[in-house]
Design a protein around this ligand. Sequence first.
Ligand SMILES: CC(C)(COP(=O)(O)OP(=O)(O)OC[C@H]1O[C@@H](n2cnc3c(N)ncnc32)[C@H](O)[C@@H]1OP(=O)(O)O)[C@@H](O)C(=O)NCCC(=O)NCCS
Length: 162
Amino acid sequence: MAVQDNADLIAGPVQLRQAVTGDVNAIARIETACFGDPWSVQGIEDALTYSYSTMLTAVLGGDIVGFACLYQMVDEGEIVQVAVTPKFQGQGIGRQLLGGLIRHGIEHGVTRFILDVRVSNDRAVKLYEKAGFKKLALQKNFYSQPTEDGWLMEMLPQAPAL
Ligand SMILES: CC(C)(COP(=O)(O)OP(=O)(O)OC[C@H]1O[C@@H](n2cnc3c(N)ncnc32)[C@H](O)[C@@H]1OP(=O)(O)O)[C@@H](O)C(=O)NCCC(=O)NCCS
């Protein structure tokens, strides 16, 4: 394998930490790289200031390579975004971010997690299903740019087995 093929493989531990105002531009770059309808810089700044919002970043070698955001309303937590820089996708960073947000939510009283995901986003759906999310409802034309249906998914971390 050529050296170049290995250049983007992660070579050290990824640290999770809460996002701060100075992270906004790096987060916006990830948004633009990942989504056709990215959050604006203003939208990211707003999400950082909401009292009910928790934004985690994944930091590798000092650079932000992913982020994820949870909105908590009493005991319900909505995962509103998870994104990893394209060249670092598929290396476990999304799983770490989602796990970090779920642990944070549970520690702060969340008993039900929900999220929306495009039906075509197999990678994200698999990530969420591995975390215990189940498809709850199909939402017709939920997304724009491009228009697409979305799955509403739910996870009950404390659900009794019987
Ligand atoms: C979806 C996303 C956040 C996942 O993060 P990631 O770091 O790439 O994923 P991970 O490496 O942590 O993999 C977690 C799981 O996702 C699934 N997955 C990852 N890469 C995959 C691929 N190429 N094909 C199918 N499933 C894949 C697997 O189930 C994987 O678990 P496994 O490694 O135990 O098999 C990331 O790919 C991303 O940013 N995509 C663009 C933005 C986006 O769609 N965000 C979600 C919006 S709802």
